[in-house]
Write a new protein. Sequence first.
Length: 240
Amino acid sequence: MERVQKVIANAGVTSRRKAEKLIEEGRVKVNGKVIRELGVKVSPQKDTVEVDGIPLDKEEPVYFLFYKPKQVISAVQDDRGRKVVTDYFKEVEQRIFPVGRLDYETSGLLLLTNDGEFANLMMHPKNKINKTYIAKVKGKPGKDELKALQRGLPIEGKKTAPAKARIKSANIKTNSSIVELVIHEGRNQQVRKMFDAIGHPVMKLKREKYSFLTLENLKPGDKRPLKPIEVKRLIDSAVT
């Protein structure tokens, strides 16, 4: 279940903030009834949502794996005119949106779909879906610093969940190293903040894996549909 304003925004009708204004103005209906409360939740696949009398189309669910380049926003639109991930899906008729986000300077594997229930399943912290990041960081983290990443460390007053961390390589000349970090949380810029917390700021960051999915045979900006068996495997891994 998702808030109505999020469903409207995900459908590409308008921004979430503007959708809230439409609700307050009585211009949104759910299953034929006008709503004016911002807390109303609906199922995008089961409930009928109308804006100004026009229903949001109930579409067949689609699922994509996308290799997000750097300096692209993980959103369906940007009020500052910057490039967004859906700019790479102009030929897709369905109103898709990203599952979670990668920050502006981070590249790598991102899922996009029009299935809100699937997206919620993937993003809910209790489902502990692993995401693997490769980070180029300043300096070389020591054993104690790697253990801090693995045990969890306080970020903005809340301790991160246990993670996996290992050094893949180090370069003395550039005073940098390549670290693999596996986490299942998805807090805002969490990976960067974790490395900041141990004194080794991120210089470059890429998400290489999402659960069992990889970027194999893809270049930045490339995409492919998920196979039905991949979608089922992701759902199964989230609910077991």
